[in-house]
Design a protein around this ligand. Structure first.
Ligand SMILES: NC(=O)c1ccc[n+]([C@@H]2O[C@H](COP(=O)([O-])OP(=O)(O)OC[C@H]3O[C@@H](n4cnc5c(N)ncnc54)[C@H](OP(=O)(O)O)[C@@H]3O)[C@@H](O)[C@H]2O)c1
Length: 248
C-alpha cells in the first residue's frame, strides 16, 4: 500500500513538473548565426559547469566577468577575466555586475535540497531584472532534463527515486526558474542536461527536444554542456527553446 502511494506521488510529481516547467512551442531554426557578443557575465562560475564555462569562454576569446560568492574559490588569473563578488539573491550586486555586459550565461545551482527554496527562481528573476535595466539581450541558462516537456526524460531511477525523494523542492524551483525565463522579454535559451559528470569534453552529443530516455539515465560532462551553452551565444538555433543535451 505504501509503495503504491509512493508510486502515485512520484507520477503526480512528474506530471506537476511537466505542467509547471517550460513547454516549448518553438521549432528550432536551422541555426542562423548571430553577431557574437564580446563581454559575457558567467553566474555560478565557481561551480562544476561554471568553471568549464569560464575556462572555455576565455579560450574562445570572450572578455569574461565571473560572478561568484567567494572569489578565493576561483583560482584563475587571465587578462580577459574579471572576478566580481556578489550573491544572486542580492539585486544590487547582480545589477552592478551587469553593467557593460552583452550576454549572460547562468549555471546556478545549490545543495539545499531538503526544504523549499527559491534560490534558482529568485536569483534568475534578479538576473532578468538587471538585464532589462541594462539592455542586455541574451541569457543562456542551465536547468535540467526532467522539467516541462522533458519530464521523465532522466529515466526511471530519477523519476521514481532521486527526484521524488531527494530533489522535489529543488526541481519545483527549477520549474519556476524556467517559467520566469520563458515569460521574459530577453533572448533566452534554456539548456537541459542529463546527469552531469566531470569527464573530459567529447565534442559529440545529442541536443534537441527529444533527448533523454524514459527508462535509463542519460549523462553528459559539464565540459560538453559548457561548450553547448557557449555555442548558444553564437547562434539563434535554439532561441526561446529548451533543448536537452546528453551523450549519444
Ligand atoms: N548534478 C547533475 O547531475 C545535474 C544534472 C542536470 C542539471 N543539473 C543542474 O546544472 C546546474 C549546474 O550544476 P553544477 O553541478 O555544474 O553546479 P554546482 O557545482 O552546483 O555550482 C552551482 C554554482 O551556483 C553558485 N551559487 C549558488 N548559490 C548562489 C548565490 N546565492 N549567488 C551566487 N552564486 C550562487 C555556486 O556558488 P558557490 O561555489 O559559492 O556555492 C556555484 O558556483 C545546476 O542548476 C544543477 O541543478 C545538474
Amino acid at each position: 500500500m505504501l509503495l503504491l502511494l509512493f508510486i502515485l506521488y512520484a507520477i503526480a510529481l512528474s506530471v506537476g513538473l511537466a505542467r509547471a516547467g517550460h513547454r516549448s512551442r518553438v521549432v528550432p531554426s536551422s541555426g542562423a548565426p548571430r553577431n557574437r557578443p564580446r563581454r559575457v557575465l558567467i553566474v555560478g562560475a565557481t561551480g562544476g559547469t561554471g568553471r568549464q564555462l569560464v575556462a572555455q569562454a576565455l579560450e574562445r576569446g570572450y572578455t569574461v566577468t565571473a560572478f561568484v560568492r567567494d572569489p578565493s574559490k576561483l583560482q584563475l588569473n587571465h587578462p580577459q577575466l574579471t572576478v566580481v563578488q556578489g550573491d544572486v539573491l542580492n539585486y544590487a550586486s547582480v545589477e552592478s555586475a551587469m553593467r557593460g555586459q552583452e550576454a549572460i550565461v547562468c549555471a546556478l545551482g545549490h545543495k539545499r535540497y531538503f526544504y523549499p527554496t527559491r534560490i534558482l527562481s529568485e536569483g534568475t528573476q534578479n538576473i532578468l531584472r538587471a538585464m532589462e535595466a541594462h539592455g542586455v539581450s541574451r541569457l543562456v541558462c542551465e536547468t535540467s532534463l526532467g522539467i516541462g516537456d522533458s519530464a521523465g526524460r532522466l529515466g526511471l531511477f530519477y523519476t521514481f527515486f532521486i527526484i521524488p525523494v531527494i530533489l522535489p523542492f529543488y526541481f519545483w524551483d527549477k520549474t519556476r526558474q524556467e517559467r520566469i525565463i520563458s515569460e521574459s522579454n530577453v533572448e533566452w535559451v534554456i539548456v537541459r542536461p542529463g546527469m552531469l559528470t566531470n569527464a573530459e569534453k567529447r565534442g559529440r552529443f545529442r541536443h534537441g527536444r527529444h533527448v533523454g530516455s524514459f527508462f535509463w539515465t542519460v549523462r553528459i560532462s559539464r565540459a560538453d554542456v559548457a561548450d553547448f551553452m557557449l555555442n548558444q551565444l553564437e547562434t539563434n538555433m535554439y532561441l526561446r527553446a529548451a533543448p536537452g543535451v546528453a551523450w549519444r
